[in-house]
Write a protein that binds this ligand. Structure first.
Ligand SMILES: [Zn+2]
Ligand SMILES: [Zn+2]
Length: 329
């Protein structure tokens, strides 16, 4: 499977960014990305030169928009047409989400716990969510060196709580990238697993996220497959278990070859964990070379599992990478 290195939250001069789409895409190419979602605030006017910029830079551009309102910011992507955000009140975001879905798009919570007004109008999510199945994803890592920021740790915990409640929802990263400026802080990448179905790469990328085929990292990419009863299941899929006593075998791969020379981690023993609804299910030490690690977990009582890579970054112990969930039913 091809994993597309994606930056899913960006802005240009068409909202409050300080870069054209061409500068944004060229900058993304230099940073080793394959794909960006353009998510300007409340407008899609920045996509005028999309085709040409894709051709010039080789970067796949997913059309999107960040709903920027008093009650929260909602990132959308894969839209065929502009969707009007102006009517969304605090209690009717579900109508907005269904309009986004009606245009072929996905809807995600942007930086849900970022400090809100008066510092950043509407940045803190206050919309009432009556049915979490409606929302496609949560941007759990926002900004640079995202994993160490308390607001992102709250977003990550919210995602875990939703998974524990039986909701199938994806998790992404987004730099909320406004300008071409160098940073020494680690950049997060959301890798989207493309299928071989028809459509453009942008359409395949949107479908990957819709199906939860995503893995987020500031370094190596971690992917996982589950095997039960002789059948293999990928990230985002649901393992169907015949017998509660069965074991599910997990094959977790760490690939250090991605975006080579564009990130660096100190030499160390990493820690690879399998997490699920009952907490940490398994863990082992992991080295700095490409390898596949095998785990077996009992099917009984488990409804989801993800892999997490932990280690020391800039002197702090933190999560380095995580897969989206594999579900168990
Ligand atoms: Zn925002
Ligand atoms: Zn934004």
């Amino acid at each position: 499977m091809r994993w597309l290195a994606s930056e899913l939250h960006t802005h240009t001069l068409h909202s409050d960014g300080r870069q054209s789409l061409r500068e944004l895409a060229a900058g993304a190419a230099k940073l080793g990305f394959d794909c960006i979602a353009l998510t300007d605030h409340n407008t899609m006017s920045g996509l005028g030169e999309c085709e040409q910029v894709q051709q010039e830079t080789g970067i796949v551009i997913i059309p999107g928009m960040e709903w920027t309102t008093f009650y929260g910011h909602m990132v959308t992507m894969g839209l065929q047409n502009f969707v009007d955000w102006r009517k969304a009140g605090r209690s009717d975001i579900h109508e907005g989400i269904s309009m986004v879905h009606g245009q072929g798009g996905l809807a995600g919570m942007a930086h849900p716990f970022r400090i809100g007004s008066p510092v950043c109008t509407g940045c803190y999510w206050e919309y009432e969510i009556r049915d979490w199945n409606d929302l496609d994803y949560i941007e759990v890592w926002s900004g640079t060196f995202a994993s160490v920021k308390p607001e992102n740790q709250r977003a990550f915990a919210l995602w875990t709580e939703r998974l524990n409640a039986g909701i199938r929802i994806a998790a992404t990263s987004g730099r909320d990238w406004h300008e071409q400026k160098h940073t020494d802080e680690p950049l997060s990448v959301t890798y989207l697993g493309l299928d071989d179905e028809p459509g453009t790469i942008a359409q395949q990328a949107v479908r990957a996220l819709a199906q939860g085929r995503a893995s987020v990292t500031i370094g190596p990419v971690v992917t996982m497959e589950a095997e039960s009863g002789g059948t293999l299941y990928g990230i985002g899929e649901s393992v169907s278990v015949q017998n509660g006593a069965d074991l599910i075998h997990l094959h977790v791969k760490i690939d250090f070859s991605v975006r080579q020379t564009l990130w660096e981690l100190p030499e160390q023993d990493f820690s690879l964990k399998i997490t699920g609804n009952s907490g940490t299910l398994a863990q082992c030490a992991a080295g700095s070379t490409d390898q596949i690690y095998e785990f077996s977990i009992p099917a009984d009582g488990h409804i989801w599992a993800r892999a997490e890579l932990w280690g020391i970054v800039k002197g702090m112990r933190t999560m380095i990478a995580f897969t989206n969930a594999i579900y168990i039913s």
